[in-house]
Design a protein. Structure first.
Lengths: 112, 114
């Protein structure tokens, strides 16, 4: 069965610092992978997705993620954090059709 | 504007009082789904629907019902709510033309059952 583990329920970085949010997945077949962001009192918004092809995926707001099959990882990064990046981030995996399995989420705090 | 809408956004109710949370999408999506979000657990799927009159259980269906009589609407029904159903609920929809079936989420409904 597919599963997702996000390492760290809370991550705190300084404004301008590197953001790294970790995601490891378990899947028996090549998966589709997603990162969603949830701003306070809002729904989930797609940041980026991996389907096939290039393993480095670029998303909105300067975020990117790299699919590493050997490590079963799909970590999210942003070179320079901005105050507006404060939100909760969810990694999700899909093996078939529309079934999405989410990680437990990582709350990102940005310190001025 | 393409969107998924949910109503109400906030709801406080008492144990056993039936309630319905509505979900509507204007994107002509075949697939719709309900999730609940709880701290430390992420989002878990309650029910989903592949098309009109086609629904199936997700991972946590107990205590919930759904219906899909029209393509655009997918209401979530709690016939006898209990405090353990206090949660943040999201509706989502997607096309089924080809993977990876990006899902679009509504703004959420925060439910409190006392």
């Amino acid at each position: 069965a597919q599963s997702v583990t996000q390492l760290g329920s809370h991550v705190s970085v300084s404004e301008g610092a590197l953001v790294l949010l970790r995601c490891n997945y378990s899947s028996s077949v090549p998966p589709y992978l997603f990162w969603y962001v949830q701003y306070p009192n809002q729904g989930l918004q797609l940041l980026l997705k991996y389907t096939t092809g290039a393993t480095l995926v670029k998303g909105i707001n300067g975020f990117e993620a790299e699919f590493k099959k050997s490590e079963t990882s799909f970590h999210l990064t942003k070179p320079s954090a901005h105050m507006s990046d404060a939100a909760e981030y969810f990694c999700a995996v899909s093996e078939w059709a529309q079934k999405l399995v989410f990680g437990q989420g990582t709350r990102l705090t940005i310190n001025p | 504007e393409a969107q998924v809408t949910q109503n109400p956004r906030y709801l406080i109710t008492v144990t056993g009082k039936k309630l319905t949370v509505t979900c509507s999408q204007n994107m002509n999506h075949e697939y719709m789904s309900w999730y609940r979000q709880d701290p430390g657990l992420g989002l878990r799927q309650i029910y989903y629907s592949m098309n009109v009159e086609v629904t199936d259980k997700g991972d946590v269906p107990e205590g919930y019902k759904v219906s899909r009589k029209e393509k655009r609407n997918f209401p979530l029904i709690l016939e006898s709510p209990s405090p353990n159903q206090t949660s943040l609920y999201f509706c989502a929809s997607s096309l089924l033309i080809a993977p990876p079936y990006e899902q679009y989420f509504g703004p959420g409904t925060r439910l409190t059952v006392t």
